[in-house]
Design a protein around this ligand. Sequence first.
Ligand code: GLU
Length: 282
Amino acid sequence: MNLREAIKDKKRIVVKIGSSSLTHPETGGIDYTRLETLVRELCNIRNSGKEVVLVSSGAISVGKRAVHIKDANHDIAVKQACAAVGQARLMMVYQKIFAEYSQVCAQVLMTKDTITNELNRYNAHNTFMKLLELGVIPIVNENDTISTFEIKFGDNDTLSAIVASLIDADLLILLSDIDGLYSDNPRTNPDAEFIEIVEKIDDRILEMGKSETGSSVGTGGMNTKIHAAQIATKSGADMIIANSEDIHILHRIMDGRDFGTLFVADKDDDFELIDYVKNLDE
Ligand code: GLU
């Protein structure tokens, strides 16, 4: 079967969306139209009988707006305070829109300890399994309010791949502000070639990730996305990077159509999630 056709049969799906796709760039305020489209698409995937997990950023940027902080303040206490405000606000909006489609969602906040501590990891895994069994859509973010350098994942591309690995997902979709992987930065090199499919993440692919293509709102550039693809594919999941400009792209992908860059699952039985997370900052 064609690799894209096979996407239709994926059962457990993790979708990651970044702050830049959920907020207005001028103000940092929530873009309700986009958020609503996202929720509707996720409910539709859920209604087709699949299990869905959403990894959503936006806590810090929504919180900043709520307490009127405009500058790029790097003070950790300010960021953590903003995350506390913004995460609650973001969940309030998600709960409300998911409820309009009679869908129950839940909040799961994680730190590195959730993976590196055996008991925490065991409990987190069981909680996810139970939520999915109950038909709930878990909404995951880093616990930015308490995360300090030592326990921080740092970006939600990595976090979403770790979640995909933890719950044995079949597919991870990273919604981004770019169409997918290019051989070079398409914003500066008009000859940059679009890569539709990656069957093996080799040095050539790793090199492509180094041409910086990330936006300034979120934290993950292409390099982080390729590392996320390594975690996801080694754990046995396909991963797709796709453009969030039109969030309807989600059902097009689920219909088996050619959108974004597909990294094909390449299960590595020696891959240990705990060791990977322990070594993240070394
Ligand atoms: N966890 C951060 C937030 O919700 C964002 C991290 C990211 O964008 O990668 O604001």
